[in-house]
Write a protein that binds this ligand. Structure first.
Ligand code: PLP
Length: 383
């Protein structure tokens, strides 16, 4: 078994494909009789004078997870207690009084966090349609931070990441991108110049709806390493740390990320296509659809489309609630990115953006058989 003193796991050699990196990176060093998996290191402290000091500052199980996620995103990762802890750490990189540009519709927790900071007088928030590059450019005048989410939750708007990064950097603004929906299988924001990638590890990275965790990833150049050290200090000082058991489960989930995402997004594209012709469905949003607003940019920049599909049911909020209650295979629950398919009417949450239609159902498409998923959705839509 690897001991903490053996830290310094070999990352995967450069040039390997994501499917190989996900499986091979972050393993303990091999020697005869060694375990092939990292252990769950349940300890609050370490014997003095070694590479680890205290449980709030470091843990070998975190290191293994961070090595794999860093290799997949092309940077250096840090794991946190939740996606929102990672987002709070990333936005704390800019000083009090900063001007922050963020999407008018994004994950409600991110929006609420930024709005609270504005009410407390800690920043000035400018909300803008993230798919409207010109509007973002306008809003960026004199800004210190751009927060991007792409595709957005739950409207699936796709941002032109390279263009937004150029506009933000020309203003001297830092760019934080939430890559939860796309995952590094579909899009690597650091390759487009983004400064900090944020993940809700809870979703696709862990992938089994059994943990709540977050992560940041920064580039491995000198500017990125500085951000990494500042984020690491913030995590250590705020104590927004993850339990080793949860991180081990996320590491286990990460090993199958590429096969899960590939299967789920193939199912999603097929269901989106079929849903477009369904008499009980008014509108379908998925970046794979030719008439989806994000289509052209998505095709140009992404290596896939992700596995979230949003539909507007023909009818009101109650009609959408009836569909969600009538499925048998699809779980009626919040959250997303698990192997199991789930769905939810987002406006049932008071914090959800008013931009989101009342009858919108967000479908998190899992890895089950696509015809079984379709049959269940179809009977629920007709119920
Ligand atoms: C769920 C989610 C978050 C928040 O992550 P938690 O792990 O629940 O704290 C942030 N961004 C997006 C896009 C999400 O879907």
């Amino acid at each position: 078994m690897s001991a903490p003193q053996d830290a310094g796991r070999p990352a995967s050699p450069a040039g390997l494909a994501p499917a190989t990196v996900a499986v091979t990176a972050g393993r303990p060093r091999t020697r005869p009789g060694a375990a092939v998996n990292e252990a769950v290191w349940l300890t609050s402290t370490y014997v003095a004078d070694g590479p680890y000091d205290y449980g709030r500052t470091g843990n070998p199980t975190w290191d293994a997870f961070e090595t794999v996620l860093g290799a997949l995103e092309g940077g250096r990762a840090l794991v946190y207690s939740a996606g929102l802890a990672a987002m709070a750490a990333a936005t704390a990189l800019v000083p009090d009084g900063s001007v922050v540009v963020a999407p008018s519709s994004a994950y409600s927790g991110t929006t609420t966090q930024l709005q609270l900071a504005q009410r407390q007088g800690r920043l000035t928030l400018r909300q803008v349609e993230i798919a409207d590059t010109d509007a973002v450019g306008e809003a960026l005048r004199g800004a210190d931070l751009l927060v991007v989410e792409s595709p957005t939750n739950p409207m699936l708007d796709v941002a032109d990441l390279p263009a937004l990064v150029d506009l933000a950097h020309a203003e001297g603004a830092l760019v934080v991108a939430d890559n939860t929906f796309a995952t590094p299988v579909v899009q690597r924001p650091l390759d487009h110049g983004v400064d900090v990638v944020v993940h809700s590890v809870t979703k696709y990275l862990a992938g089994h709806s059994d943990v709540v965790l977050g992560a940041t990833v920064t580039r491995d150049d000198s500017a990125g390493r500085d951000l990494h050290e500042r984020l690491r200090a913030h995590r250590h000082l705020t104590g927004s740390i993850a339990g080793p058991q949860e991180v081990w489960l996320a590491l286990r989930g990460l090993r199958t990320l590429t096969v899960r995402v590939e299967r789920a997004q193939a199912n999603a594209a097929e269901l989106a296509r079929r849903l477009q012709a369904h008499p009980a469905v008014r509108a379908v949003r998925h970046p794979s659809l030719p008439d989806d607003p994000g289509h052209a940019r998505a095709v140009a920049q992404m290596r896939g489309f992700g596995a979230i599909v949003s539909i507007e049911v023909d009818g009101d909020a109650a009609a959408a609630e009836r569909v969600a209650a009538a499925t048998r295979l699809w779980v009626h629950a919040t959250s997303l990115g698990g192997v199991e398919s789930s769905l939810e009417r987002r406006r049932r949450h008071a914090a959800e953006s008013p931009v989101v239609p009342e009858s919108l159902l967000r479908l998190s498409v899992g890895i089950e058989d696509v015809d079984d998923l379709w049959a269940d959705l179809d009977q629920a839509l007709r119920a």
